[in-house]
Write a protein that binds this ligand. Structure first.
Ligand SMILES: [Zn+2]
Length: 495
């Protein structure tokens, strides 16, 4: 691989005392890594020179939590809470898995939008019921491998009967529908055997850029033996244990009524709090939960837009930071967000925290949010030794923003604040992953983007017509889940 000298850029390293100040630096890359970072580096004879004057170079952004499975449902739902929305986005009845080609295109669409928005690393909690299939997971890996993004990908699952994972589930849902909602569920042994296969055949593909992670859907949705087996595998392979924790009030009440208290405490009692744990959401958490999370060193993916879209609430980010919890930013899936743009999330993530506290000094600063979108997400992915900041030794995962082509940096007053409050991704011209330009001068270099987008548009009419039938088959569940929500709203929360 040819060495490359990036010359003359304004570089925001996010490392050291100067890390939040753009500095005029040259970056020498060798074998996909940052070899040297200094002013006016002489170009080595073997190096290609990339002129980057007028560009702001930042660490590639990290999306700490998404579900590629929702990508074709963007813009489809609104004014629905999580429990009812799930009936459509993750339907119980009449749904069929998408074919392999659509699966490839769907994953590609996630990666296209991510890279175009300066995101170089995604954590995709791939949810693909009813089965776990190596060929299907390999198809997702192949899309990410082809386009050149870095990713942790799961094969997410739940293995408790759904109605047992919701307070009042058995009381509200009539027996005939309860019977129809009984599906075969994987055992811990089946699932770990599958995971071992994935570790053997897919994990570490594409020069280590693509990794597998364990993702039991939530503590209330899985058996303890499954979660403990997943934790063992996660620790053995040094990959995240990625899970959803206390996203909604219904889940908090479910913890109290079904699991004897907070679901965080339930995880702690099972021995499931470790530094490799990434909790998506963490909205309905108590001070005691935060103390346990901080002591264990877990990470949280703060998904500000998805939580607003589904009316879930507000993650207490300042308290989590004070408690020593690492924070990343996630979009969540495209049916609850509805984009893969971390720039959008950054802006909302900062602003919406003003509703949490009346004291302005407790609000998030732009630098807190930018840290979460880079190093915080990288740490949550257990990859902060490789990505998330610009320093010698790390992988060259970089986003280049043109300071002059748009209006976001005109005038250029404070780069960090303008990244968070002004930029929306449209200034991103080039993106590098592992030292390779995967987006260059606005063009994705490794795929035929126009052909892929056209192919998706061509087949979506038929796909969405079929999905309308699936929605109709599941619409009868909506009033039942609304009733569960209504009952939960009247219940006290665990302390
Ligand atoms: Zn999620």
């Amino acid at each position: 691989m040819q060495a490359c000298l990036i010359r003359g850029a304004e570089v925001l390293t996010l490392e050291g005392p100067q890390g939040l100040q753009p500095q005029r630096l040259d970056i020498l890359l060798r074998e996909g890594r940052i070899a040297e970072l200094a002013r006016d580096l002489p170009p080595p004879p073997d190096a290609m020179v990339h002129e980057a004057r007028g560009k702001l170079v930042i660490p590639g952004l990290v999306n700490a939590h998404l579900h590629s499975s929702e990508m074709f449902f963007r813009g489809r739902y609104e004014r629905m809470a999580l429990e009812t929305w799930l009936s459509y986005a993750y339907p119980f009845f009449a749904a069929e898995p998408v074919g392999l080609r659509l699966l490839y295109l769907r994953s590609m669409l996630v990666a296209i939008e991510s890279l175009r928005g300066g995101v170089t690393m995604i954590s995709d909690d791939f949810f693909d019921p009813p089965k776990h299939d190596l060929e299907r997971l390999a198809t997702v890996f192949r899309a990410y491998g082809d386009i050149g993004i870095r990713a942790n990908v799961s094969s997410g699952l739940m293995n408790l009967p759904y109605l047992d994972t919701l307070a009042f589930g058995r009381e509200v849902v009539p027996p005939d529908i309860q019977a129809a909602l009984e599906f075969p569920l994987p055992t811990a042994r089946d699932y770990t055997a599958y995971c071992e296969d994935v570790f053997r055949h897919l994990h570490g593909d594409y020069d280590g850029r693509l990794r597998f992670m364990l993702a039991p859907s939530g503590p209330q949705r899985c058996t303890p033996d499954l979660m403990l087996a997943c934790m063992d595998l996660a620790r053995q392979h040094a990959v995240p244990y990625h899970t959803h924790v206390l996203e909604t009030r219904v889940q908090a009440v479910t913890g109290a009524k079904v699991f004897g208290g907070s679901l965080v405490r339930y995880m702690d009692d099972l021995g499931l709090l470790h530094p490799g744990v990434l909790m998506a959401h963490a909205v309905w958490i108590s001070d005691d939960d935060i103390a346990r999370m901080g002591a264990a060193g877990v990470s949280v993916s703060y998904n500000a837009i998805a939580n607003l879209k589904l009316g879930s609430g507000l993650c207490p980010v300042r308290k989590l930071l004070d408690g020593g919890v690492n924070i990343g930013l996630g979009t969540d899936g495209a049916s609850s967000n509805d984009t893969m743009r971390i720039f959008d999330v950054m802006r909302v993530a900062a602003l919406v925290q003003t509703l949490q506290d009346t004291a302005p000094e407790r609000w998030l600063a732009a630098q807190d949010v930018l840290h979460a979108a880079t190093l915080g997400g990288a740490k949550a992915a257990l990859l902060d030794h490789e990505t998330g900041s610009i320093r010698p030794g790390k992988k060259a995962d970089l986003a280049f923003l043109d300071l002059a082509s748009g209006t976001a940096f005109t005038p250029n007053s404070d780069a960090v604040r303008q990244l968070v409050y002004c930029e929306n991704g449209s200034s991103v011209t080039d993106v590098m992953v592992d030292g390779v330009f995967v987006l260059q001068a606005g063009r994705l270099t490794r795929i035929d983007e126009a052909a892929i987008l056209e192919e998706i548009r061509d087949v979506m009419g038929e796909f969405l017509a079929r999905h309308r039938e699936v929605e109709a088959a599941n619409a009868g569940l909506v009033p039942l889940f609304e009733e569960i929500r209504r009952r939960c709203a009247q219940e006290p929360l665990p302390g």
